[in-house]
Ligand binder design. Structure first.
Ligand SMILES: CC[C@H](C)CCC(=O)Nc1ccc(S(N)(=O)=O)cc1
Ligand SMILES: [Zn+2]
Length: 262
């Protein structure tokens, strides 16, 4: 317990500003979304997701989360429409979650958090040649955020939780082909959108956030499977269970409020 507190104080969100001054920037994520204060913009249309089955490649533990990587060498799997001027290619998705029974999402809605949050990370391959270049540009990335609410078993999440034991330790990865993230979407794509940042270092202010209003429902058992993951590598003797890997909401500052599309 004290190890976790020390670890948190040295490497957690409150320490990031020392190496990444942008942590105190003007468009940091996540934020607390206040639906009643969200503007409506009639020019803002629906988003479209074209997720082709055969682009998933691998699943890995990067020491911060569990990440499913995609082949982003062409436009087979893209998000477009809504606030986006171009199609953005799917690069990876990952999750953020809490400890036993406590909150775990990054964005909150009127001060209330969810048990977990799924991030599908896309990049603007029309304007930028590499993901790395896009990740430092103000319109380089589009991250689709989906809340996970605790309830019944999710019908398809087991395809991910069943393989987590193979990527238990930091730095481990395994083949994960043929997974279509479409199965993780809620029934409607109504969203809030705002200009923000990566929620972990390097915290680049390069993300157009699109947060879906409707959560997906997953069971406590399925959420618990994420907690078999470790922050630490296999060789490290101090076992550090991977949980509470979420950044708390950041100040909205002079950003225009969030825009909503129903
Ligand atoms: C140089 C490449 C790049 C900056 C570093 C690797 C990367 O992609 N990081 C990343 C991606 C997504 C999020 S989030 N949680 O979706 O906001 C947080 C961090
Ligand atoms: Zn994330």
């Amino acid at each position: 317990f004290t190890l976790t507190l020390i670890h948190q104080a040295l490497f957690g969100p409150s320490a990031w500003h020392r190496h990444y001054p942008v942590a105190k920037g003007s468009r940091q994520s996540p934020i607390d979304i206040i639906p009643d204060e969200a503007r409506r913009d009639s020019s803002l249309g629906p988003i479209f997701l074209k997720y082709d089955r055969c682009t998933s490649l691998s699943i890995a533990n990067n020491g911060h989360s569990v990440v499913v990587e995609f082949d982003d060498s062409d436009d087979r799997s893209v998000i477009q429409g809504g606030p986006l001027d171009n199609p953005y290619r799917l690069k990876q998705f990952h999750f953020h979650w809490g400890g036993k029974g406590c909150e775990g999402s990054e964005h909150t809605v009127a001060g209330v958090g969810y048990a977990s949050e799924l991030h599908l990370v896309h990049w603007n391959a029309v304007k930028y040649t590499t993901y790395e270049d896009a990740a430092t540009a103000p319109d380089g990335l589009a991250v689709l955020g989906i809340f996970l609410e605790q309830g019944d078993d999710h019908r398809w999440l087991h395809t991910i939780t069943d393989v987590l034991y193979m990527v238990k330790f930091k730095g481990s990865a395994t083949n994960f082909k043929g997974f279509n993230p479409k199965c993780l979407l809620p029934s409607n794509l109504h969203y809030w959108t705002y200009l923000g940042s990566l929620t972990t270092p390097p915290l680049h202010e390069s993300v157009i956030w699109i947060v879906l209003k409707e959560p997906i429902v997953v069971s406590e058992k399925q959420l618990g499977m994420f907690r078999i993951l470790q922050f630490s590598g296999e060789e490290e003797d101090q076992r550090m269970r991977m949980e509470n890997n979420f950044r708390p909401p950041q100040p909205l500052k002079e950003r225009i409020s969030v825009v909503v599309h129903d």
